[in-house]
Design a protein around this ligand. Structure first.
Ligand code: PLP
Length: 371
């Protein structure tokens, strides 16, 4: 039995297809191809579904982070502390506005930014910290802010990269509603995925929201530009698709959580705990990815591939060692947690279409590798 790492069709059965086509037909009928009514409706529904305050729909999750950073006042030359073990766009967004990503280490058990490391990276030039709720797990926000305040005497704003954690309600509340502003991705493989690129920013501060809306549309209106913004508008066809998907999200999240506990059980039953570390089960974890750790990761991945089982490496090169950031002076050995994880992590198929039998296949593939 082959087990693809991801298959988009789990959320596109014939009934879905008919409903989506009807929504897309409505867009063709009203003709509001830029800023049509689906955008506002989606923003309202996302806000109330996830307690997000104001939501600003935009082109993708990377741009959502740019909007958030710029709207909270991060300026060229400012430093922004960010974990080095995350998707590139988290730091890319900082660099895109001329600010400087300053990389912090992560904890190997949670994959989340280490508060101690983040605090140690704060300098007089730090104007914000960007934390990441990686793989669907909530990263600490209030405890981080308190530690920074205690260590430096400064209340540094914390932004959240919630691209992978939509709908996760952890110990502190809703991901994306905890800091000054946040960015979410609706890339098709995300827990709430569009039929192409889409994303949104969120904030509880009306002034920041207003600036995000303005920046999304070239920083002005009626041909008067207060500042240089972007074209970061969301396509109403994507908004229509997301309006169809949103009510289904809770079921899909529950399926991911069930799949995660099934994987853990299977790994335990197969006696693989000496070889494989399963992700911790934290409050509100919605398992955007199910990322295990293994000493022989590359060989294990190849073995699974030979059995028709898909897996993926998120992320193989930590950001402080990326060629585009070499001028920042990052060296191997600087961030041991990120570097060790880059060699050990392997994501197993977790999307809601993976059946229990397929999960058994995945774990028996792992067992056959170690036997
Ligand atoms: C942690 C993280 N940040 C940012 C992004 C960027 O989102 P997008 O691909 O929608 O631009 C992603 C998406 O892959 C992500 O996983």
């Amino acid at each position: 039995m082959s087990v693809p790492f991801f298959d988009i069709h789990y959320r596109l059965d014939p009934e879905d297809r008919a409903e989506i086509l009807e929504r897309w037909g409505n867009v063709l009928d009203h003709g509001g191809f830029i800023g049509g009514p689906e955008i506002g409706e989606l923003e309202e529904k996302l806000s109330s579904a996830f307690n997000l305050g104001e939501v600003v729909a935009c082109s993708n999750g990377s741009d959502a982070l740019v909007l958030a950073l710029k709207a909270v006042g991060v300026r060229p030359g400012d430093e922004v502390v960010v974990p080095a073990f995350t998707f590139f766009a988290t730091a890319g967004a900082i660099a895109r506005i001329g600010a400087i990503p300053v990389f912090a280490d992560v904890e190997m058990s949670s994959y989340l930014m280490s508060t101690e490391s983040a605090v140690s990276k704060v300098t007089d030039k730090t104007s914000a910290i960007m934390t990441v709720h990686l793989f669907g797990r909530q990263a600490p926000v209030a405890p981080l802010a308190e530690s920074v305040l205690a260590a430096t005497g400064r209340a540094i704003p914390i932004l959240e990269d919630a691209a992978q954690s939509i709908g996760s309600v952890g110990a502190e509340g809703d991901c994306g509603a905890l800091g000054i502003a946040s960015g979410f991705s609706c890339f098709p493989t995300k827990n709430l995925g569009a039929a192409g690129d889409a994303g949104f920013s969120a904030t509880r501060d009306p002034d920041i929201a207003e600036r995000m809306r303005s920046l999304r549309n070239h920083g002005g209106e009626n041909y008067i530009h207060k500042e240089v913004g972007f074209n970061f508008r969301m396509d109403p066809l994507q908004a229509a698709f997301l309006l169809h998907q949103l009510p289904k999200l809770a079921v899909f999240q529950a399926l991911r959580i069930e799949a995660a506990s099934h994987y853990r059980k299977l790994v335990l039953e197969a006696g693989l705990m000496d070889w494989v570390i399963c992700p911790e089960d934290a409050e509100g974890h919605i398992f955007h990815q199910y990322v295990i750790q293994s000493e022989n990761r590359d060989a294990l991945k190849l073995h699974l591939e030979s059995l028709g089982v898909g897996s993926a490496i998120y992320y193989p090169v930590p950001l402080h060692l990326q060629p585009c950031f070499s001028e920042l002076g990052g060296r191997a050995g600087d961030l041991p947690g990120c570097e060790a994880l880059a060699e050990r992590v392997l994501a197993l198929p977790i999307h809601p279409g993976v059946t229990p039998e397929q999960r058994e296949e995945v774990v028996s593939g792992i067992a056959s590798f170690y036997s």
